[in-house]
Ligand binder design. Sequence first.
Ligand SMILES: Cc1cc2nc3c(=O)[nH]c(=O)nc-3n(C[C@H](O)[C@H](O)[C@H](O)COP(=O)(O)OP(=O)(O)OC[C@H]3O[C@@H](n4cnc5c(N)ncnc54)[C@H](O)[C@@H]3O)c2cc1C
Length: 394
Amino acid sequence: MPTHILVAGGGIGGLATALALSRGRHRADVFERAAVFGEIGAGVQLGPNVTRRLQQLDLGQGLAAIAARPDALVVQSAGSGAVLARLPLGDAMQQRYGAPYFCVHRADLHTLLLDAVRARGTGALVTAAHIGQVETSDDLVCVSSTDARAWEGDALVGADGLWSMVRRQLDCACADQPPRITGHTAWRALVPQSALPAALRRSRVDVWLGPRLHAVAYPVRGGDWLNVVVIAESAPAGDARDWDQASSLAALTQAMGRSCAGLQALLDAMPGWRAWTLSDRAPLTSAADMAHERVALVGDAAHPMVPYLAQGAGMAIEDAVALADALGSGSAAEVPAAFARYAEARWARNARVQARARRNGEIFHATGAVRLGRDMAMRMLGTRLLDQPWLYGG
Ligand SMILES: Cc1cc2nc3c(=O)[nH]c(=O)nc-3n(C[C@H](O)[C@H](O)[C@H](O)COP(=O)(O)OP(=O)(O)OC[C@H]3O[C@@H](n4cnc5c(N)ncnc54)[C@H](O)[C@@H]3O)c2cc1C
């Protein structure tokens, strides 16, 4: 008998989980609160640790078709524009880690996963299903939506993101606590490269570091579009749960102060800036933070992080594959033991990534003497500092 698993949340983590479980011949039904499945327009970087997992899910070809393959990551001073460090990507990543470093549009990745789940046809995809209540017993899980529909299954995976309600089922101190609002705001804009002057188009990942801020630009959609993100330590923008549609370039420029000419020209040329208040949680402290009995969490529901290591979606995809591996072809009776194995296998790596992301924020945004030391270290040890074998090889 296939195990019947309910997945709350149809973002990248929820769909990757449903796909991975369907390959183990389980039935995974996905419940998404939005009226249609979709993702916001923004870019996402995928290191070789993540593209390897997507290849395992037979998405390698589809991924290559939607991705940009940047040739390098170049770190510069936001003030002077001077190059501080460079990490070759492209062939170098492929050779070193056996999988590519890609940049994709989130909506393209989401569609790739959704199409693959649909093609397998092993579970229901239910939209407009805002899960508001969860009840568990020894051998069943029942979820109800806020409009009073109910569904039963053998297990529940909470893939319901930063403000997860499923995490209340965990048996840990942090289950009921809200995320931490970091005081950092992300502005992002996305544009076809053809709409930019030639000097501003890019085929690499550019990172600019400045006092209390940094900016990142990289191509997506086969290199046809450019994604730019600026993160500054500034007052929260609008509602902490949603993108602020009205955020202007003026607000961003005010938060940034003076930047180098190259960066400023790029910011001025990008239309449609939107702002997002960044939140996270303290790093996980044990397996109990990820699963309890017949309930497990994946992605931001378990371990939301600041995006300074570009691995939040990556960890959600790693979780999905690990959860399906832990369950294998196990029966409903084996779910609690399988979820415990999954949490044990995942929590420490997720905690390390969360902690490293926070630390990167301190380094990226450094001021004064720390900034001078950082710049010197970058100049001397650049590639070694930027490469992350523990992460990309894991
Ligand atoms: C500025 C920025 C840049 C980033 N860059 C990168 C990057 O380069 N690389 C990377 O790997 N990651 C990056 N991330 C992180 C990444 O976006 C997230 O970690 C990832 O999207 C988490 O996916 P998820 O599926 O766990 O959660 P979400 O994407 O939040 O999906 C949760 C889903 O659950 C649904 N939902 C919520 N509550 C309920 C409910 N009660 N019932 C039913 N459905 C519900 C939501 O509608 C949503 O569809 C970045 C994040 C930001 C903010």
